[in-house]
Design a protein around this ligand. Structure first.
Ligand code: LAN
Length: 715
């Protein structure tokens, strides 16, 4: 990274507690002496040196083992593998604005490192920012991150600001920022609410049979539009100060007073548009604008009451973490307004801001969730078991701690109860579920529950040294959650069953994201659930047998039916066709379909093999997620190579030479200490925004090497 650390990196510490991750900057030598820096602190800060090195591995198993040795340095005392979950460039500005308008101070060290991160990720050519770290500059990214830099104390004449402002002005200024940008700037009082399309909180009052009733939308979308609707409904604006007045001039190439705001509602810079408005949406917006001009006081005040009630339930049920970083920042502002700066509620909100903030080698950013704790840890465990290293004495301690963590995420970490009022706040059952991050965050996710279940079953079945603390009853609860989540098409969605028809996407108001309005069945989630249930069925053949059989059959049907004519499957949560191929082919292989006996598997493998690069690896660009067509990356990527290889091995692909070349590539990229270096970004959401899964390079390389060694190296 080009910008020098803004703080003394030797003073940063990551604290973990039941998965919660918070970074602390120690100010005195006494404090640093009392709390020594660990390897995982140093690794994530980019200052880890002097790790043990190993002699060059000659087998895949040795390479996998060295990988596990490196990974073990990153395990935190509570048993999980911590990590950054950055990538999106529209999250940090939201929390920076929330901190500013509520007059909340950042903990020591944070501001300087937030500035460093933003400066590091300004695009080299034009000084702007994109929607994610690898994206070309957009108005959304540039306007919001510019504002964030300024609110964090960077002067307007700082060269980074000057360059970014030029780019913003060339785009026409911040008037053309997409809807979520208009919202944030309006809250900050540097954009006029009249320049926003209406965000009616009345959606919460609609009867349930109306498809756009808020409770029927995808949970992330409804929970973002909830506080947005509230703040729009009361037209909240930050108190004007000198910085705000100055920003009003800096963000626009013309005078602020002269902007015709109502003309800006549908003005979105062309570089930003991913999901353009449909005519239906434009009509609905016009109708809503008329509604805004009517004397709607009575209904509005009922809608605001309902919105506030929902916000309070969300805050309470998630221990003020909220479902994600966007509604976290917004709910905090609502609490500031309604409860006041000295209230317990608002203080609780402030206390949990740090859970989202991650200190990386490039500075500090807001993570995409409060972490990916359960997800990474469950995958890591499965990689260790499949490679066989879990059976080696050396790793018993590491695995036992992972088991304790999985337990903690169900006894304490797997979610123990359904939420209070879960039906009133439109939530899925959660008793028996595992979350994506931590139990405290509390949201059921289909595939996280499945991966949690699969991991526990693997351990229970195979590792004699593990003392079982997770009862059958708790596993049955997890199965119950999974069985409750199948969609009509046989597939599984992310957090809930699909509740409204896909045509609701015509009303997607966000412009920069695709597929946000409702849940969809996903190849990845469907596979995870299918494998979770079939692993369970092997060990508990009599438990809810008929239901499990039927669910699994229908899930396999979904996988078959969603294969595209070219043999590929589309991936929604990581990049892209290689990721989905791994899941789809594992689904089919779990019911006995392989290259030799299944047309679907054969076509899936042929698709993958046709994309192998000259060096034996696979590399897919994030652009594939945007356009839903394969796009080669310039370089092969170890993560995608691992996914492709794991798929081919699951399929029993007959030409072992193809697999061997991929394995050789992964081994050639491994460092002497067992590590793999970070390559391109791995994950995605809503088609257009990428997100980092930095632990994937360890987990999936180890897993692919492990699978290879089990299949081809064991004598
Ligand atoms: C995630 C992260 C995890 C991901 C998987 C478990 C990998 C997936 O298989 C199911 C969906 C899920 C849970 C998921 C959904 C969308 C999230 C929460 C994210 C990609 C992390 C960030 C993103 C969230 C929506 C970001 C905020 C942006 C909005 C558009 C609200």
């Amino acid at each position: 990274m080009t910008i020098e650390a803004a703080t003394d990196l030797r003073r940063w510490r990551l604290k973990v507690s039941h998965g919660a991750q918070t970074w602390h900057y120690l100010r005195t030598d006494e404090e640093t002496a009392a709390w020594p820096q660990t390897d995982y602190d140093k690794y994530w800060l980019g200052i880890l040196k002097d790790t043990p090195t190993f002699k060059a591995p000659t087998t895949a198993l040795e390479a996998a083992r060295n990988g596990v040795r490196f990974l073990s340095l990153l395990q935190t005392p509570d048993g999980h593998f911590a990590g950054e979950y950055g990538g999106p460039m529209f999250l940090t500005p939201g929390i920076v604005i929330a901190m500013y308008v509520t007059g909340t101070r950042w903990p020591p060290g944070y501001e300087a490192e937030l500035v460093r991160y933003l400066k590091n990720f300004a695009n080299k050519e034009d000084g702007g920012w994109g929607i994610h770290i690898e994206s070309p500059s957009t108005c959304f990214g540039t306007a919001l991150n510019y504002v964030a830099l300024r609110l964090l104390g960077t002067p307007a004449d700082d060269p980074v600001c000057v360059k970014a402002r030029n780019t913003l002005w060339k785009m026409g200024g911040a008037t053309g920022v997409p809807a979520w940008g208009k919202f944030w700037l309006s809250v900050l009082n540097v954009y006029d609410w009249a320049g926003n399309n209406p965000i009616p909180p009345e959606l919460w009052l609609l009867p349930n049979f109306v498809p756009i009733q808020a409770g029927r939308m995808w949970c992330h979308t409804r929970l973002v539009y909830l506080p947005m609707g509230y703040l729009y409904g009361i037209r909240f604006q930050a108190k004007v100060d000198d910085l705000i007045l100055s920003l009003r001039e800096e963000l626009y190439p013309c005078s602020y007073a002269e902007i015709n705001w109502s003309r800006q509602r549908n003005n979105v810079a062309s570089v930003d548009v991913y999901a353009p408005h449909t005519t239906v949406l434009d009509i609905l917006n016009t109708v809503s604008s008329v509604y805004e001009m009517l004397p709607n006081g009575f209904i509005r005040s009922r809608a605001l009451d309902e919105a506030l009630l929902q916000i309070r339930m969300e805050d309470k049920n998630t221990n003020f973490l909220d479902i994600g970083p966007v509604n976290k920042a917004m709910n905090m502002i609502v609490s500031y307004i309604v409860d006041g700066p000295d209230s317990d509620n608002f203080r609780s909100h402030v206390d949990r801001v740090v859970d989202f903030m991650w200190m990386s080698n490039a500075g500090m950013m807001m993570n995409g969730t409060n972490g990916s704790q359960l997800w990474d840890t469950a995958f890591a465990l499965q990689a260790l078991v499949e490679s066989g290293v879990a059976f080696e004495k050396e790793f018993e301690g590491m695995i036992s701690r992972v088991y304790e963590f999985l337990d903690d995420m169900q006894a304490r970490a797997q979610i123990r109860h359904n939420m209070e009022n879960y039906e009133r706040c439109y939530r899925q059952i959660s008793k028996g579920a595992w979350p994506f991050s931590t139990r405290e965050q509390s949201y059921t996710v289909s595939d996280c529950t499945a991966e949690g279940l699969k991991s526990v079953l693997l351990i229970h079945k195979t590792l004699p040294y593990i003392k079982r603390t997770i009862s059958d009853e708790r596993l049955f609860d997890a199965v119950n959650v999974l069985l409750s989540m199948q969609n009509a098409d046989g597939g599984f969605a992310s957090y809930e069953k699909q509740r409204s028809p896909p045509w609701l996407e015509w009303l997607n108001p966000a412009e920069v994201f695709g597929n946000i309005m409702v849940e969809y069945s996903y190849t990845e989630c469907t596979t995870a659930v299918l494998l979770g249930l079939s692993t369970f069925r092997k060990m508990y053949p009599d438990h809810r047998k008929a239901e499990i059989d039927r669910t699994v059959d229908r899930a396999v049907g979904f996988i078959r039916k969603t294969q595209r004519p070219d043999g590929s499957w589309f991936g929604s949560w990581a990049i892209c066709f290689t990721y989905a191929a791994l899941f789809a082919i594992e689904s089919l292989s779990s019911v006995g379909e392989t290259y030799d006996n299944s047309d679907n598997v054969r076509r899936g493998c042929d698709f993958l093999v046709s994309k192998q690069m000259a060096d034996g690896g696979w590399g897919e660009s994030y652009r594939a997620c945007e356009i839903a067509e394969w796009v080669n990356h310039e370089q092969s990527q170890v993560v995608q190579t691992s996914w492709a290889l794991m798929a081919l091995m699951a399929a029993k692909y007959p030409d072992v030479q193809v697999i061997r070349r991929g394995i050789a590539l992964i081994m050639s990229r491994q460092q002497a200490n067992g590590e793999w270096k970070q390559e391109a970004i791995e994950g995605v959401f809503n088609k257009n925004c990428m997100i980092s899964y930095p632990n994937y390079k360890f987990i999936f390389c180890i897993w692919a090497l492990g699978r290879y060694s089990r299949l081809y190296e064991s004598a």
